[in-house]
Design a protein around this ligand. Structure first.
Ligand code: GZL
Length: 309
């Protein structure tokens, strides 16, 4: 009998602990920033021995809600959600809470009771918009007619970047957004939106700058402006957000001027928060703010040296 107990004890002590399973409901693959963020999350989960269930919503919020419900049905240890849009999350989050599954909001934001998720790990989108507006104000001495490329309607970054940018330029009576168009955060969307803006402004007549909610839409818009014989980065200033490698290549080519960096390598911060919670920590911050830094052409060589792709 004693030998049996010792053998059982030995088995229990050496039994491999079950890898924790995390369901990650990702927005999609709409931009090069998003692709980099997904790769970082997968790599970090792997390095930590976490079993990551990855669901790509392809920018479809119904598909994303179904993915979250699928994670609940699988009884995952935690859910990480980068919500396509801010609305419609109260019920799925209540279901996760009822199932005893902690939810962590990353990258974007939800319009729901904060008690329904453990924490948010994301940059301050409103600050990004204010930084872009402030840089443009100093670059134009407070006089500029602007066209705006907007990201996905109803998404946290589109809402807050717009508000932040307006807050900055509203201090200058001769700065205003003349027209806005939605480019869905994609390069093709930005290109199509810029074609429409060039039509309504007769080739960007009276326009001094393009403000884009992300770099990828601006990169598409730059191609459209060049095809129309315009000189983005010179005659038309550009300000955007993300700090992806191609925007720094555009800066070196003289076709872009400024980008507010959005860090994509935030998987370590996300899983630090998730694993601390699963280990019993209950006093962490509700919002882990990822810092935003403004970059111009002079920074481009150093920023490109940081990226291997
Ligand atoms: C912002 C992020 C945005 C990026 C875009 O945190 O959600 O979504 O700025 C991406 O490139 O599409």
């Amino acid at each position: 009998m004693r030998h049996v107990c010792l053998i059982l004890l030995a088995l229990l002590v050496t039994a491999p602990s079950r890898a924790q399973t995390v369901g990650f409901a990702q927005v999609g693959s709409e931009s090069s920033w998003r692709t980099a963020f997904s790769a970082d999350m997968k790599g970090e989960a792997s390095r930590r021995g976490l079993h990551l269930l990855f669901a790509d919503a392809d920018n479809d919020v119904e598909r994303q809600r179904a993915a979250v419900r699928g994670f609940i049905a699988k009884h995952v240890d935690a859910i990480v959600l980068a919500p396509v849009i801010v609305s419609g999350w109260t019920e799925p989050l209540q279901e996760a809470q009822a199932a005893g599954i902690p939810v962590f909001i990353v990258d974007r934001q939800v319009d729901a009771d904060p008690s329904l998720f453990v924490a948010r790990v994301a940059a301050d989108f409103n600050l990004e918009g204010r930084l872009a507006g402030a840089w443009l104000a100093q670059a134009t001495r407070g006089t500029c007619g602007i066209v705006e490329l907007q990201g996905t309607a109803g998404s946290g970054p589109a809402i807050q970047r717009h508000k932040g940018f307006l807050a900055a330029i509203s201090q200058f009576p001769s700065m205003r957004i003349l027209h806005s168009a939605n480019g869905e955060f994609t390069r093709d969307g930005g290109r199509r939106a810029m074609v429409g803006l060039m039509e309504v402004t007769h080739g960007l007549q009276g326009v001094c700058a393009v403000w884009s909610h992300n770099d990828d839409m601006l990169i598409g818009a730059i191609a459209a402006m060049q095809e129309a014989g315009l000189s983005p980065g010179r005659d038309i200033l550009t300000v955007s957000v993300d700090g992806v490698p191609d925007i720094f290549r555009a800066m070196l080519a003289g076709t872009a001027n400024m980008s507010v960096e959005l860090k994509s390598d935030i998987g370590r911060y996300v899983f630090d928060v998730v694993q601390a919670y699963l280990a019993g920590k209950r006093d962490g911050p509700k919002w882990v703010v990822i810092p935003s830094h403004l970059h111009i052409a002079a920074d481009a060589p150093a920023m490109l040296a940081r990226h291997t792709d």
